[in-house]
Design a protein. Structure first.
Lengths: 269, 273
């Protein structure tokens, strides 16, 4: 983390230096080029890590958050190689830490808030007849309460930005209309609930010009899918995340409150 | 917490109410064995819609297992139990998994024709305003409205499977319908809405899981009903618990396996997801 701060300070200093040199034209062009700032939750692994990699490569400043950044070796390596990536500790279950990070980042506009952190709860815990109710709270709090709290806490940062987007990584498993066979009771319910939360959030912040939407990766080869790896076709995280980023790019106020698969298909409720 | 489409369809509602009344009048003739009295277990029977269900089923000659968190304090329910020998009281908090298992064990060998997951809470609209959300009510809302009904269905599946009618009905709300909510301008009770979407998803899952056992799983939206639930709110589109239950019972009576996984309004229309 101390590495980080030094780098950040260096960046701020160099921006100030550029301004001092009176390179107004140049910095303006750079600002227009600099795609903006993205905050990603659950950036330690899987799709979250891929969001960080791809947004950074596109020239965004990325605030990559994780429960335990020190243990996230891939994320550490990525941030060492890319000065646009800043690491922050954030557990989406910990409301005090969410508020603290929002306060720490006060005055930093966030163009795209990506609520990616999520858990499945384990397939074996959610089989009819032997449902393990002990995982209910973790699933609901991580997948529903967390994204809502984070969106609420960072609304000023997003509203102060250019793009003004709050995006939820949901799942087609949350589509009630698409259920074919029983599984993942809590996970599915959590994503349906997340969709309802998102729709309401979209309505609530519309007049502030903030766009709120849902994207989904489809079945993707991350740790999330260890239980089914080899049994169902899984997409590559690189491809699926690129698809979701394209959908996020294409989100306009006309689409606020809507739900898109990585390939652009609209997912039914 | 207004129930969207009813707002501008008073006429349609009146017509449908007529139709429901007609269905009621023609009763057993049309619905045959499916609605002959059986056993119903109702959660949250102390007040409001649950109490009215208990009363109407008891009057119709059903064996009613009326459950409540604290039956001793539920005076109206006590009175009902005194008036009807076919109504028995049981203590049940639907957020208490052990208590659900204990009641299921106590009622072992009692076939339950209709399991009515009615208990539900809103969590208080004033606590769910975006910008000042009180997250301390999140768990209560999710436990009561989602975890409780899932656990009830799971624990009482043997009882329902052993019955004649084999129905699990959960009282949801059109407030849980993403299709109806998304075009609306009002944001209200975000946890409550999310809990009912989650309930719908859970019951769809349940419908798929229980189809092989011949169990019909559906959701019912009761309309906007003048109970404690809506506080002092009174709107012209509101109906009484008596009206809501009178319209809902014939719908439950007519359910067949064709209906499993459906989400009905009190009017008999299918609600969109
Ligand atoms: N993979 C798929 O097929 C698929 C399909 C549809 C939707 N999704 C959704 O995509 C999102 C990302 O999934 P993934 O495939 O990348 O899963 P993953 O590889 O299991 O990664 C999950 C990420 O969420 C983080 N996380 C979990 N709980 C957290 C908490 N309380 N606070 C902060 N971070 C937390 C994890 O951090 P730690 O490293 O600290 O555990 C990890 O970074 C999830 O919302 C998931 O529901 C995935
Ligand atoms: N009224 C409406 O306009 C409306 C509209 C749509 C859907 N609904 C749904 O209809 C259902 C019944 O609502 P209502 O209008 O009759 O509400 P109500 O008058 O507030 O009654 C709620 C009932 O649920 C019980 N309950 C709450 N938490 C419980 C728990 N943990 N365990 C057991 N019972 C519990 C209450 O028992 P106590 O007496 O112990 O508190 C009470 O009997 C709810 O699921 C609600 O979401 C109502």
């Amino acid at each position: 983390m101390s590495d980080d701060i030094t780098r950040r300070d260096a960046l701020t200093a160099s921006a100030g230096f550029t301004a001092m040199l009176g390179l107004g034209f140049w910095t303006e062009a750079a600002a227009a080029d600099s795609a903006g700032t993205v905050l990603v939750t659950g950036a330690s692994r899987g799709i979250g890590l891929e969001f960080v990699k791809q947004y950074a490569a596109k020239g965004y400043t990325v605030i990559a958050t994780a429960r335990d950044p020190a243990k996230a070796a891939d994320l550490q390596a990525l941030s060492k190689a890319n000065p646009n990536i800043r690491l922050e500790r954030l557990d989406v279950l910990d409301h005090a830490s969410i508020d603290a990070l929002a306060a720490k980042l006060k005055g930093t506009p966030i163009d795209i808030l990506v609520n990616n952190a999520g858990i499945g709860g384990g397939g074996a815990n959610q089989i009819f007849g032997k449902i393990n109710y002990a995982v209910f709270d973790d699933v609901m709090k991580t997948n529903v309460e967390g994204p809502l709290k984070i969106s609420e806490a960072f609304i000023e940062h997003v509203a102060a930005s250019k793009q003004k987007k709050i995006m939820m990584v949901s799942s087609s498993q949350g589509s009630v209309a698409s259920v074919r066979s029983p599984s993942l009771y809590f996970y599915r319910a959590s994503k349906s609930a997340l969709n309802m939360v998102t729709v309401n959030m979209a309505l609530a912040v519309k007049d502030r010009g903030v766009i709120v939407g849902m994207v989904a990766p489809g079945a993707t080869d991350t740790d999330f899918m260890v239980e089914v790896r080899g049994r169902i076709p899984l997409g590559k995280p690189e491809e699926r995340t690129a698809g979701m980023i394209a959908q996020i790019d294409a989100f306009t106020m006309e689409k606020t409150g809507k739900f898109y698969e990585w390939n652009g298909e609209q997912i039914p409720w | 917490m207004s129930e969207q489409a009813t707002r501008n369809s008073t006429t349609r509602r009146t017509v449908l109410q007529g139709a429901a009344a007609l269905a009621l009048a023609s009763g057993p003739g049309t619905a045959s064995a499916a609605d002959s009295p059986g056993t119903v277990l109702i959660t949250g029977a102390s007040r409001g819609i649950g109490l009215e269900f208990a009363k109407r089923y008891a009057e119709d000659g059903w064996q009613v297992i009326a459950t409540a968190r604290d039956p001793k304090k539920a005076e109206a329910l006590q009175a009902l139990a005194k008036a009807h020998k076919n109504l028995r009281l049981e203590t049940l908090d639907v957020t208490d998994i052990k208590a659900i298992d204990a009641l299921a064990a106590k009622l072992k060998d009692v076939p339950i024709d209709v399991l009515l997951n009615n208990a539900g809470i809103s969590g208080g609209a004033e606590k769910q305003k975006i910008g000042s959300i009180d997250y301390s009510v999140f768990d209560d809302v999710m436990h009561t409205n989602v975890l409780g009904p899932i656990k009830m269905a799971e624990a009482f599946t043997p009882h329902v499977a052993a019955s004649k009618q084999k129905k699990i009905v959960s009282i949801s709300s059109t407030e849980g319908s993403l299709t109806l909510i998304s075009p609306r301008p009002d944001v209200n009770s975000i946890f409550y809405r999310a809990s009912k979407s989650a309930l719908n998803m859970s019951m769809i899952n349940m419908a798929k899981a229980l189809k092989d056992k011949g169990i019909i799983v559906t959701m019912q939206s009761p309309g906007l009903v003048s109970t404690d639930f809506v506080g002092s709110l009174r709107l012209p589109i509101m109906i009484t618990p008596q009206q809501s239950v009178a319209m809902t019972m014939p719908i439950i009576a007519r359910l067949t396996m064709e209906d499993t996984g459906k989400y009905y309004r009190h009017t008999g229309e299918v609600a969109p997801w």
